[in-house]
Design a protein around this ligand. Structure first.
Ligand code: PMP
Length: 403
């Protein structure tokens, strides 16, 4: 089947909107380590890593064996398997405030469970988030990201990133209706700036004063530290949401909390909430996650974060005027000026990098993987600089009065 035929069956030619890059993206057929191969046989350096999932890169040996063993032993069962308990124990050992884990099949689903938990515990409906943050594609999450979901909008309150006075105003107005405050400690779509300590501390205080639960969405940021990015903060949440990394490349999500916070997900509790899913806890995802976390230890994480720092240093001050770069550990994001982002050329940067043999995320975010080394990162930095230059010159041409 060629690309034209595929478009007939997939809306817009893409199976998910997140990998839309202005025109139909190339298709990938296999991968190994830090590289992916497209359908034309060309190998590229993967700085996308399925939107930050694959911290160990592709086809990691132990993860692949775990997946194959799990598939051979039976892909899914209608009763629990022993590995669920094992992965839950590993996660609880890492996330300080947590005592129990409720698994899900994606970050989206885990956020939905966190919201449902908070609503059940508080008897309230509203959720507060940082305007523009992405917490998956549930109605509530999309209302936080852009207000796009009208149905969930009445249940959602948003405040700008790190704006303590707007946070205080929001609590003045809605505090006793708020079931949950959900924060991504490094919200990519809200600008990829960390939530600062003053905001976090005030959020914790206000939640405590109003009986609101506080959740950290570490679906992406968990890769930055063995015990989550929260382990570097003075503030602890009541609920942690995980996904991506903890399934080793297979679909997963998880909600973590103390036994009392998790109680509504316990079928023995007085008023249990629905926390199910045909594929929840399936042994393939769970065994892949165990194999991944067993390897992703402090030494690996700090080496990987160091590679991110190298990339950040190489890009800092070198990008075209109006462009910037931000990074925390193994996550580095190139931010285009608003002007070029609004032009049809906004994907020019992504394509310029692709043509040079590098796959980025459409947002300009890069997530490194442990098979990479300084040499690969050096090449990535060079390609990013050239691609930014090319994209900037295209947008300069489009803005020029001669055209
Ligand atoms: N939360 C955050 C912070 C995310 O980045 C994402 C996905 N990029 C999600 C939740 C949703 O996860 P999923 O795509 O697995 O549903």
């Amino acid at each position: 089947m060629n690309s034209t035929e595929a478009a007939t069956y997939l809306p817009g030619g893409v199976g998910r909107s997140s990998y839309y890059v202005g025109s139909r993206p190339p298709r990938l057929v296999r991968a190994s380590g830090y590289q992916v191969q497209d359908e034309h046989g060309r190998w590229l350096v993967d700085a996308n890593n399925n939107f930050a999932v694959l911290a160990l890169g592709h086809s990691n040996e132990a993860v692949t064996s775990a997946v194959c063993d799990a598939a051979r032993d039976g892909a899914c069962f209608g009763l629990p398997n022993p590995w669920e308990e094992q992965l839950a124990e590993m996660l609880v050992a890492r996330v300080e405030h947590a005592e129990q884990v409720q698994f899900a099949n994606s970050g989206t689903e885990a956020v939905m469970t966190a919201v449902r938990l908070a609503r059940s515990l508080t008897g309230r409906e509203k959720v507060l988030g940082i305007a523009g943050s992405y917490h998956g594609s549930s109605d509530v999450a999309l209302a936080i990201k852009s207000g796009a979901d009208k149905a969930a909008q009445p249940d959602v309150v948003t405040v700008p990133l790190n704006d303590v006075s707007r946070l205080e105003t929001a609590f003045d107005e809605h505090g006793f209706d708020l079931a949950l405050v959900i924060l991504d400690l490094l919200p990519n779509y809200a600008g990829f700036q960390p939530v600062n300590d003053a905001f976090l501390e005030r959020a914790r205080q206000l939640c405590d004063e109003h009986g609101t639960l506080l959740a950290f969405d570490e679906v992406i940021s968990f890769r930055l530290s063995r015990d989550g990015l929260q382990s570097t903060k003075a503030v602890s949440p009541d609920i942690t949401v995980l996904g991506k990394l903890i399934g080793g490349g297979l679909p997963i999500g998880a909600v973590l909390g103390s036994e009392s916070v998790m109680r509504p997900t316990n079928p023995l509790s007085a008023a249990p909430i629905e926390a199910s899913g045909t594929f929840t806890g399936n042994p393939i995802s769970i065994r892949a996650g165990i194999a991944c976390l067993q390897q992703y230890d402090e030494a690996q994480i700090s080496r990987l974060n160091g590679l991110g720092q190298t990339l950040l240093v190489e890009l800092t001050g070198q990008l075209p005027p109006g462009w910037s770069v931000r990074g925390v550990g193994s996550l580095v994001r190139v931010i285009q000026p608003e002007r070029s982002a609004s032009l049809p050329t906004r994907h020019a940067f992504w394509w310029a990098a692709y043509q040079r043999g590098f796959v980025l995320m459409p947002s300009g975010l890069m997530a490194l993987s442990t098979p990479m080394n300084e040499e690969v990162v050096g090449r990535l930095a060079q390609a990013v600089l050239e691609s930014a230059e090319e994209a900037a010159s295209i947008s300069r041409e489009q803005e020029s009065p001669i055209h």
